[in-house]
Write a protein that binds this ligand. Sequence first.
Ligand SMILES: Nc1nc2c(c(=O)[nH]1)N[C@H]1C(S)=C(S)[C@@H](COP(=O)(O)OP(=O)(O)OC[C@H]3O[C@@H](n4cnc5c(=O)[nH]c(N)nc54)[C@H](O)[C@@H]3O)O[C@H]1N2
Ligand SMILES: Nc1nc2c(c(=O)[nH]1)N[C@H]1C(S)=C(S)[C@@H](COP(=O)(O)OP(=O)(O)OC[C@H]3O[C@@H](n4cnc5c(=O)[nH]c(N)nc54)[C@H](O)[C@@H]3O)O[C@H]1N2
Ligand code: SF4
Ligand SMILES: [Mo]
Length: 722
Amino acid sequence: MSVETKVTYCRICEPLCGLVATVEDGTVTQLRPDSEHPLSRGQACPKGIAFVDIQNDPDRVLHPLKRNEQGEFERVSWESALDDIVARLRALPRDSIGGYLGNPPAFSYSHATWFAAFMRALGTKHTYSAGSQDINSRFAASALLYGSVTQLPFPDLPRTDFLLMLGANPLVSHGSALNAPRIKDQLNGIAKRGGRVVVVDPRRTETARAYEHVPVRPDSDAWLLLSMLHVIFADGLADEAAIREQTVGVDAVRRAAAQHPPEETEARTGVPADVVRRLARDFATAPSATAYGRTGSCLGRHATVVGALIDVLAIVTGNLDRAGGTLFSRGVIPIEELAERAGLATYATDRSRLGGFVDVLGSYPAVLMADEITTPGKGQLRALFVSAGNPVLSVPNGPKLAEALPQLELMVSLDLYVNDTNRYADYILPATTWLEREDFPIAVASAAPTPFFQVAEPVVPPRGEARQEWAVYDEIATRIGVEPLGVGLLQKLAPLTTRLPVRANPRFLFELLLRIGPHGDRFGLRRGGINARKLRALPHGVVLDEYAATGLRKHAVRHRGHRVRLDPPALVEELARLGDRHDEDPDYPLRLIGLREQRSHNSWMHNSPSLMKGAGRKHQARINPADADAAGVLDGAIVRIRSRFGEIETLALVTDDVGPGTVAVPHGWGHVGGGWELANKSGGANSNRLASSELGDVERLGGMAHLNGIAVAIEAVAPAAL
Ligand SMILES: Nc1nc2c(c(=O)[nH]1)N[C@H]1C(S)=C(S)[C@@H](COP(=O)(O)OP(=O)(O)OC[C@H]3O[C@@H](n4cnc5c(=O)[nH]c(N)nc54)[C@H](O)[C@@H]3O)O[C@H]1N2
Ligand SMILES: Nc1nc2c(c(=O)[nH]1)N[C@H]1C(S)=C(S)[C@@H](COP(=O)(O)OP(=O)(O)OC[C@H]3O[C@@H](n4cnc5c(=O)[nH]c(N)nc54)[C@H](O)[C@@H]3O)O[C@H]1N2
Ligand code: SF4
Ligand SMILES: [Mo]
């Protein structure tokens, strides 16, 4: 028997922790934390360790599957699958072909790039992603403020004196839109230095418990932030010199803030005015301060406004682009930046067929998919690729999407499993896991307080007939006669190079971009610069700088004069509309928010025996004792949660971690009909059944789904009824 150990890094979530794999006769038998990784230094979470369950899962899809006439999946060859897919695509207009890209490709440079290039080559508008349920509002805010849709400002954790966090729970999520391994140490570091970590969250989360908690009503952050700005301007605490130097249009913010003194917003936010005043003063007078928001700030009715105001707070207090403040992101492989400069990464340059939503990075709200499938007319969505996604569980009103999917003329999924979505597909094509492919960190890696880079080689060959997604897209594209990344596009991305192959492969492209990036060797012109060959000799990765760069505004801000624009018309209009909508409805007096758990990852790790063992692994709704009492709901009993759009039943966990009026339920549960046996048995319910798929409920600037702050009611379910 041959036993080897191989160094790699985890690609489940954003810290990208270093791992060491034990490989016995070509099979990964163990994953353990890599003690030699310079940043994660021997730390990894249970999900990373348990990935070995997924790698070797007997329920994994290892061969192409085709739905037969009885509606069952049967094994077919790659050749016959691709022949049929290609033939059916050829018969369709290209603008009727679309794709949904799920979350895992955020950690696969080749998958993400080739999917995007394939969609672009088709010239279709039907590009959707997990982004509209996650982070597109952040990108929209960046497009408005900085003229750069790919900009991902992040908190300078190692140097800040004050971190204000809105809607993030990094002790469980491990940090998001932020690449910071060992984030708990980083946050503890702030406190140890005498700084502060303040967590604004409707739930007393793991992170809120560990630091200072400001409980807030769901979906009221816009008012809280405006009131903080109110105090900062009214008390003369704004950094006028920084505002003059870095920005234009501050009066728009001043005017908006003036209308929201803390005394007037306190009923809405639940944060007492004196707490807001103190918070604003402390933030503004801290030696350095940064504000950071994550999914809890992105899934409400005013997501883009909230995202922008979070930055504005740092900007007007002189904390943008300086040590300890909010820093501009910069990719080691500058793919996002180059794509943007080449006009390939856009915001609001086009509109969706239905609803007239603006594009964010060329994609539209995923909640549109169901209507786009069922609404006839030019450009109707008729063929759909679902690439590493499970939108039936992750987008609002999954059941509606599940009903629409069978109406497609062709649905193809690239995945590891038969999941709740691709069970409706015509073809499921087996994809490699991250242990079976090479990688470079992209996307979130550009938001790293400690710039770092690591290349990963495949740890094992693909299991079964699994293939890398990019290669599948490349082949399909070639055969239907479109070029995903041909010479023209390549030249746009990497104008420096002259020796270009006719058709790129991802490795070629990214190694090239690495060399022309901020740390690259510029083909020998920059001494000490990096290239892929050098990096392969450093398998644990390499720290590129002690701290992230400051002074990047002239590089990052693409508005005229490199000034941050505080008065973009779309934002000003949206600020004026704040509070126009009323969610108050006596029939649905409570507000539903989401929740992430340590041993769960969105919808796709519920088939791992090691993560699912233990009594606590049940789907539960966190309900405040007062609300539970009023509805007669008992702890541990079944509760029915109703909204205007649907209802679910799950177990009640009565706890004062959530304030009165708030109910917190994790998404990504309630598996039915997929090929993951343990997941199907794990119970629970799809909380997104409660969310609205009405176009009027989609946030306008970022196209964000409304998933936090949904009006709901609860009731006890008599055990006899079950
Ligand atoms: N109510 C509510 N809803 C939410 C959220 C919330 O906070 N509240 N969060 C939202 C967020 S932030 C996100 S990111 C989305 C996630 O939404 P989705 O991305 O739609 O769903 P996932 O559950 O991440 O499913 C990922 C799929 O990819 C497959 N997969 C895993 N690795 C690979 C791989 O390497 N290659 C391929 N081809 N497939 C792979 C898995 O088997 C799984 O089927 O959910 C969103 N939905
Ligand atoms: N263990 C684990 N880790 C994960 C994931 C996972 O599923 N499991 N998913 C990964 C993904 S895809 C992502 S995008 C990241 C997300 O990373 P985070 O956003 O840090 O993760 P969440 O736990 O969803 O944190 C969101 C917080 O927002 C709060 N919140 C809800 N509504 C509001 C509101 O209106 N205002 C405010 N201020 N707060 C609100 C919630 O109570 C919750 O604590 O996590 C990643 N990491
Ligand atoms: S926190 Fe866990 S899942 Fe995320 S990268 Fe690290 S080991 Fe992987
Ligand atoms: Mo996400």
